[in-house]
Ligand binder design. Structure first.
Ligand code: 13P
Ligand code: SF4
Length: 335
């Protein structure tokens, strides 16, 4: 994509923040590229992007974009989803090792074996899955529309929900269905936001509101505490990252405790400077999201690294479930 002269004249490490941001924007224009950044990206990456959002919003943005190149500052399953929705566009994932422990928790072979044990069941896959798993699924969802997607399945049909056990339990709770089988996968970052962390932080800040991502290991405890009155009703909200941002704009709480990856705090603090947003677990950082550094993003634009390709037949099969995901449901506002 670039010439030897282009790459040789710039030393990324020597660039100051503003110069780096100008270079990124200059190369984005030159490549006719749109930069999409997930809410968990480093603050400087979020600030330079064309769009920042949750998985659902970014998938919709990728599908609607007419840019020649989509640079996905996120993880592999997100870039693959963009490629499925925009097959004629060049999709770049700046760091190809940026995977996802949750997506790794189920393979297409495991899913085929599970389906064989439940013939006729409808497979609902969280977007945090490989393209091969999506191709074996009937419907895809994100944390923002999982309940709406499950509710779109007739009540009499059995559902296989995968791969996140905590989101699955949340969906079971909200839909009240007893015919949902849940895969016992987890995201290692969210699983480590524990009930113990939550209890300690609530004891320190008893008046705080709680925003909890449904992938968290503490979700069930938080709702149980709210149910017992240990947390006042209406102050504990289970939200996608996009839902957290909407809630941040309208909250009047002085403090909000946030249970998700800490990159999210950047958007929340920008959205509302009157409220203090604090992490439930400050160590909850996704190592894959962190791999997209400023230098890696600039190199991606300049050198066209790393192009994401999806086998066309697998993409065709995955597209049905992904298109259903972006069509169904406005982002959930939690509870
Ligand atoms: P969202 O769908 O809320 O953006 O979350 C994606 C993700 O990877 C959570 O860990
Ligand atoms: Fe995957 Fe967890 Fe990272 Fe999200 S935070 S990308 S689910 S490893």
């Amino acid at each position: 994509m670039s010439t030897a002269r282009d790459t040789a004249t710039i030393s990324d490490d020597a660039l100051g923040d503003e110069e780096w941001a100008r270079e990124v924007r200059r190369w984005a224009t030159r490549r006719d590229a749109i930069i999409l950044a997930h809410n968990y990206q480093r603050p400087e990456i979020q600030d330079v992007a064309d769009a920042v959002g949750d998985s659902l919003a970014l998938s919709r943005r990728a599908a609607a974009s007419d840019a020649a190149v989509i640079v996905f500052a996120g993880v592999a399953f997100m870039a693959e989803t963009a490629k499925i929705l925009a097959p004629d566009r060049t999709v770049l994932l700046p760091e190809p090792r940026a995977g996802c422990s949750l997506a790794d928790s189920i393979t297409a072979d495991q899913l085929r074996a599970w389906k064989a044990r439940h013939p006729g069941a409808v497979v609902v896959a969280y977007v945090n899955t490989s393209v091969e798993v999506k191709a074996e699924s009937d419907l895809c969802c994100t944390s923002a529309n999982a309940v709406e997607i499950v509710n779109s399945v007739p009540a009499s049909r059995e559902i296989l929900f995968l791969p996140d056990q905590f989101l699955g339990a949340h969906v079971q709770r909200l839909t009240g269905r007893d015919n949902i089988h849940v895969w016992m996968g987890e995201c290692h970052v969210h699983a480590e936001i524990t009930p113990q962390d939550l209890r300690e932080r609530v004891a320190q800040l008893p008046a705080a509101e709680l925003f909890i991502h449904p992938e968290c290991g503490c979700t069930t405890t938080a709702l149980w505490m709210a149910g017992r009155g240990d947390l006042p009703p209406g102050r504990t909200r289970v939200l996608s990252t996009g839902g957290m941002l909407e809630a941040a704009r309208t909250t009047t709480a002085s403090h909000v405790l946030v249970a998700t990856e800490t990159g999210m705090l950047h958007q929340l603090r920008r959205a509302n400077s009157a409220t203090r947003f604090e992490p439930v677990n400050p160590a909850a950082q996704c190592p894959y999201m962190q791999m997209i550094t400023p230098a890696v993003l600039l190199r991606s634009l300049r050198e066209g690294t790393h192009e994401v390709n999806v086998d066309p037949e697998v993409a065709r099969r995955a597209r049905r479930s992904v298109e259903a995901m972006i069509a169904v449901g406005a982002p959930s506002r939690g509870e």
